[in-house]
Design a protein around this ligand. Sequence first.
Ligand code: RIB
Length: 298
Amino acid sequence: MSDITVLGIFVADISFSGEKIPTTGETVLGDSYNIGPGGKGCNQAIAISRLGGKVNFISKLGNDDYGKLAINKLKKDNINTSNIVISNKHKTGVAGIHVDRNTGQNAITVIRGAPASLTKDEIDTSIIKRSKIFLTQLEIPLDVTFHCLTVAKENGLINILNPAPACELKKDFFRLVDYFTPNETEAEFYTGVKINNEKDAKSSAQKLLNMGIKKVIITLGEKGLFFSDGKEEIYINASPVKAIDTTGAGDAFNGSFSFALLKGKPIKECLEFANKAAGLSTTKLGAGDGMPFLKDLS
Ligand code: RIB
């Protein structure tokens, strides 16, 4: 049995690091590259597993070389892959990622491939029912995501929705969510509040709570994070690190937050733990490959 079930995509991330991210029409000579696991769901599953959590990953892959790479990598990271659908009709997805090595900032294009065709019928929800926490994002078709969140809620799981990339959601989504974890740009998409300081974060979180979400965590990049459940508010500064690649920092946060929650830690400790994991993940090139291990966090 897995304690945490993650629904999401795997794509092969092809990351190019260099002096700058090219602008339109420009060619830049880069200095290093990495081909490794990516996709928000995959990264979050790796983050949980590397901390020692038992994790089940629901996804869909093509029957091709990147699909085989995915299964090998996930198994190596002790992730339960028995609920991954292998398709002969679709390709495994890829993401092209440009990274500015000086700031760690990135620009990403994701081709989702096989998981864009995932259907409700292809999912065996018994694995969700036997878990304690359900974690997902917005890279899987929305009807499938909604279906799994519903099953999880009906079976008493804690639902964590990382609304990335942000997209229009029907109102019914929000009542299924225990923890909603947008970054500042995603929070602005849902609330219209541009976040420049703690006061803005508070006002954005309040709007999200008014939509029926129970608890909100807004990650603010180098400014840290803000939590509110309408009663308690917590603001935490970002971990001081020299970032070389911020790709997957949000995934490190969501995965390690879920793990800390599973362990029954108080909310402030969960946030501090996840904040530290997110910071550490930015010190290596690659998203899935950059997820820290438990020993790195002690
Ligand atoms: O959150 C980072 C991830 O977003 C990358 O790994 C990329 O594949 C995209 O899904």
